[in-house]
Each structure stands twice: as structure tokens, then as C-alpha cells.
Design a protein around this ligand. Sequence first.
Ligand code: 6PG
Length: 242
Amino acid sequence: MVSKPELRIFDSLSELSQAAAEEFVSQAASAVKKTGRFSVALSGGSTPRGLFSLLASGDLPSIPWDKIYFFWGDERHVPPDHPQSNYRVANELLLSKVSVPRENIFRIEAEDPADEAAQAYEQTIRDFFKAQEEVPRFDLILLGIGPEGHTASLFPGTGALQEKERLVVANWVEKLKAHRVTMTLPLLNHAACNVFLVSGADKAEAVQGVFAGQALPAGLVRPKLGRLLWLVDREAAGGLAR
Ligand code: 6PG
């Protein structure tokens, strides 16, 4: 039984980021209370920058940084200090500014050959969750969507979309003429909660497509036993019926 997506529409990216930060804080508190830790995979791109800055600001209720474990849903095939690196953005805006222990941060080593990086990251995830066979369950996975409906680095028409076994794969993206390293749908769809952060008119067509049931990659994120929450600003929600 796939949960129905929750959709919340905001007047601005800044309000969306505030709501995302409150969601993060509340989910972290309940996960830590229940299991003693909070495992989260961050999304890449520019949309989450506001969330990262808010979390680092210290203006939110106390966050148990030492019990939070950071992963990434995908990474560009670049070194960690590259301007395109999703790790670099999160580290600069958030992780270097809060007291999260460095051993709680598990970046994708995308400076290595893509398939090696993917295999190593899958093992890192399996070791962390002590789940060598079954599919691990992240507490929270943050996601974005591209104008053509990709999410993480699952782009339309790419091989990674068909992956049914592996948790992390290298994915050749022809339109980018580049490899990416990405979590796969089996892992994304096993999370306790997937939250999409979406802002901007250039995403409106993709968002409308997802909610109209088109088989876009982002629309394939439908956690069977998890919560699916879309935080969308008014511009990106433009195509949704009121
Ligand atoms: C990446 C992301 C990707 C991103 C979307 C939206 O590595 O780029 O993981 O899936 O979330 O492309 O990107 P923007 O937030 O920059 O629009």
C-alpha cells in the first residue's frame, strides 16, 4: 500500500525552507527519542541551500547533532572540493558550522571511478545499518526534482531507473555527458520519510506531471511503508489544480 503524497504549498522558497527545517527538527527529535539516532540523506542542487543555512543558524530548537548521521542521495562525479559537489555545498553551509562529529558524515567518494564509488557507498550504507542483505531504512531522505522530472540522479531514460537490487549505482547521464552516483528506487522507497523540496516556475511542468501520474522518475518515489511529503513553492505548484 503506497502512502498518498502530502502536499504543502508555500508563498516563497524562504517559507518552504523554514517548514523543511521544522520538519527536520521534529523528525530528528522523534527518531532520536525512539532509536537514539537520526539517519538523513541530503539532496543536492541549489534548492536545499536555504534549509542548510537555517539549520546552521542556531535559531531553531536544539538539534542533537551528535546523534544525526548524514548521507547523500546522490553526488556528481567530482572531488569533494569541486564547486559542483553536493557534499561541498552541504559542508560549507551546514556541516562545517555545527557540532556534528565528522565520523557521522558519510560522503560519496565521487573522486573515485563512478562504479567503485557507488559500490563503496552501498557498502558504507549497509555497514552503518548492519543490513548486509535487507534494504536499509533511512529515517529521512531529502529530494529535489529537475525540470524534466529527474530526482537524485535518476534521470529519465537512464539505466539507474531500472535497478531493482543495488542500493547505489553509477549512472551515465547522456545529456550531461557525465556519470553521477545515485541512490536507487529500492533504497529511496524504503525510507521512513521522503521529502521533496521544490521551488521555481521551471519545475511546474514536472510537478504537474508527477501529480498527474506521469511515470517521471520523481513520481516513482512512492515509499511503500513511509511518508511522502512534497514542500513546493507557489511558482513550482503553478500547474496543480487548486
Ligand atoms: C543534484 C540533485 C538533483 C537536484 C535537482 C534539483 O545532484 O543535482 O540531487 O536531483 O535535487 O536537480 O536541483 P536544484 O535544487 O538545483 O533545482
